[in-house]
Write a protein that binds this ligand. Structure first.
Ligand SMILES: NC(=O)c1ccc[n+]([C@@H]2O[C@H](COP(=O)([O-])OP(=O)(O)OC[C@H]3O[C@@H](n4cnc5c(N)ncnc54)[C@H](O)[C@@H]3O)[C@@H](O)[C@H]2O)c1
Ligand SMILES: [Zn+2]
Length: 331
């Protein structure tokens, strides 16, 4: 990858990645970057302050120059915003170093920073000029982060492509295959709706409705990917309750999710919802733009494997499931 980078780029580099992969910086130096800006791979880095730091480093960058993001989704997101704004737009190149960034955040053009206490409050679409996939980076990722990347990938397979799902279920894919195939699935969705105007990209929110509830209820101690895994269990239950998801599909998907990307158990879901009351669910969902005008939630549900729909789910459909979720039972 380092050998293919354009000369004189501005590089936003995750400090931890630089430390864990000591050969990286000397290799990057060979492309004579204009600047290497070391950043912490953390939510607080997704700020306008970081955008300004990157803009300052890019002051002498020609419009044909490039900004390169090397890190997880936080580095990719903030660098995307900077690339969109510097000189009214310079190319962004992604080198995702987490499994999540490789299957998800480095693809689809979105970048964002947090502002006013709101996550992703300021965002842009700015598609990558190029993305370098380097699975060597995954060797230093903790198990929990590998799991969350895999969960997002399996989410794409279950919603978008039955044959991928079946193949992966028969024999779990290598990390390279998982990344390549999940990216292909996401790319088709993003190509159909590059600026999120048609609702097609909503499919990527499968599992995110109740996933976000678990994330915020646990003050983000449950990582995003894991919360999405638990949220998929909820979405399968809701699907059964409204008659969209058959019992056999829901059972098959739930078993596979435990088996392969190793989604947490029902007990883990119960723990995540420990202090949550049904009324606490409504506020974050409303803030999440997923609530309809009559208090119903628009949720991505599974029909068959590889076939999704968006449905308005009334409170009368999901509220009765809550007790079972909190008790660690499958409703
Ligand atoms: N733009 C999008 O479409 C999109 C999609 C999904 C998520 N996101 C965003 O992505 C962010 C989460 O990103 P993430 O989970 O990829 O990681 P991250 O950037 O939050 O990094 C998590 C941790 O992993 C470390 N790390 C990164 N690469 C490593 C490696 N190879 N080895 C060891 N440690 C490594 C980082 O230093 C950090 O400590 C969130 O801010 C989320 O909003 C964006
Ligand atoms: Zn997600």
């Amino acid at each position: 990858m380092a050998a293919s980078l354009p000369e004189g780029a501005v590089i936003a580099l995750d400090r931890r990645v630089a430390r864990l992969h000591p050969a990286l910086e000397p290799a990057l130096a060979r492309s004579r970057p204009r600047a290497v800006v070391m950043l912490e791979g953390a939510e607080r880095t997704k700020s306008l302050v970081t955008v300004e730091r990157l803009a300052r480093a890019a002051q002498t960058l020609p419009r044909s120059g490039a900004l390169v993001a090397i890190g997880g989704g936080t580095i990719g997101d903030v660098a995307t915003v900077a690339a969109h704004l510097v000189k009214r737009g310079v190319p962004i190149l992604h080198v995702p170093t987490t499994l999540l960034a490789s299957v998800d955040s480095s693809l689809g053009g979105k970048g964002a920073v947090n502002a006013g206490g709101v996550k992703n409050a300021l965002g842009v679409f700015h598609y990558a000029e190029r993305t370098f996939l380097c699975s060597e980076f995954f060797g230093t990722l903790p198990e929990a982060q590998l799991r969350e990347g895999a969960i997002e990938a399996w989410k794409m397979a279950v919603c978008l492509d039955a044959s991928t799902w079946e193949r992966w279920s028969r024999s779990p894919p290598s990390q390279e295959t998982l990344v390549r195939e999940a990216r292909r699935l996401k790319a088709v969705v993003c190509e159909a709706d590059p600026y999120e105007r048609l609702g097609v990209r909503t499919v990527l929110n499968f599992g995110h409705t109740f996933g976000h509830v678990v994330e915020s209820a646990t003050r983000f101690r449950v990582r995003h990917g894991e919360a999405v895994g638990l949220g998929m269990l909820c979405a399968l239950d809701v699907g059964r309750a409204v008659g969209t998801t058959s019992e056999s599909v829901a059972r098959e998907v739930e078993q596979r999710l435990y088996q392969f990307p190793r989604v947490g158990s029902r007990a883990r879901l119960a723990k995540g919802l420990e202090r949550v009351r049904p009324k606490d669910v409504e506020a974050p969902l409303a803030a999440d733009k997923k609530a309809g005008t009559a208090g119903e939630f628009r949720m991505v549900l599974l029909g068959e494997i590889g076939d999704w729909t968006i449905e308005a789910v009334p409170a009368s459909a999901w509220r009765p499931l809550f007790e079972a979720w909190k008790a660690g039972r499958r409703p």
